[in-house]
Design a protein around this ligand. Sequence first.
Ligand code: F6P
Length: 314
Amino acid sequence: MTTLQEFLKKSGCEADLAKLIGEVIPSAVREIAEAIKSQKGELAGSQNIYGEKQLKLDVQSNQIAMEAFKESGLVNLMASEELDEEVEAKKSAPFTVVFDPLDGSSLVDVNLAVGSIFGIYKAGSPIGKTGDDQLAACFAVYGPRTTFVITCKKGTHEFRLESDDQFNLTNENLHVGEDSKHFAPGNLRAAAECEDYLKLTNEWIKAGLTLRYSGGMVPDLNHILLKGDGIFTYPAYSKTPEGKLRLLFECAPMALLMENAGGSALDGEGARILDKRITELHKRTPIFIGSKNTVKRAVEALRKSKIMVFSALP
Ligand code: F6P
């Protein structure tokens, strides 16, 4: 068995970055996994910047991650989906970490899988940078098992949390093929106002693709990475004209993990998610991510339609 730390050392990951991905983030992930087991999914009575009701667990997961980053001495700035602004952890530290501490928190009370997402940049604000500037990205899936998927630019790899609290390598160099046998059509509400989206999902049904949609971006994309094919779509529509999912905290880290496994991630205009400039922390984007050919086909089918025009509005 290869542990996460042994793997990072062997793969030549720079020491501080290896410590962040191999020790600091995993310790936060272990704690969040425990919090999910013991908490009931009650509301915190607060809202985040997007007006979404926060669970006590959202707040707690955010605190766990922030504490871990502060204590590590490796993190300069922290930006989280649950915080309005960036927060400084240590002035002279080498990295900035952006994160969604508990993605899919509306699934906690029904015991479906949820996740945490992390993107790592060189120290300084992520504003003005692109997803391509990430040094690494990773996510954790809290399901029947806790797993951890990482990329440090070369390849995308899966680890599993074992009973001795170690993360061990379970899948090296995940590979996503060009065509899909599975589809995860997010925001299907958009199909009520965009016939092209309805047609596209019908096209997939007629082609015999299997539906695999959980309502959580992390487990849905984890499915694509682990099964080796699939597409996840989350287009804009009239109520969310820029899409729902966040470029910095969700889409850019997931796009890096997907591209490094051979897949692709485009927005509604066909632009690479990783090329999109982060002009504000909480910027949103439509996303089409997974098997290359299926992603290309989806964007072609929808580019000129109403939902894509919404997404192009300034
Ligand atoms: O960003 C949060 C999130 O829960 C994603 O994990 C998921 O894909 C999406 O929202 C689902 O949103 P909705 O149920 O509103 O379509």
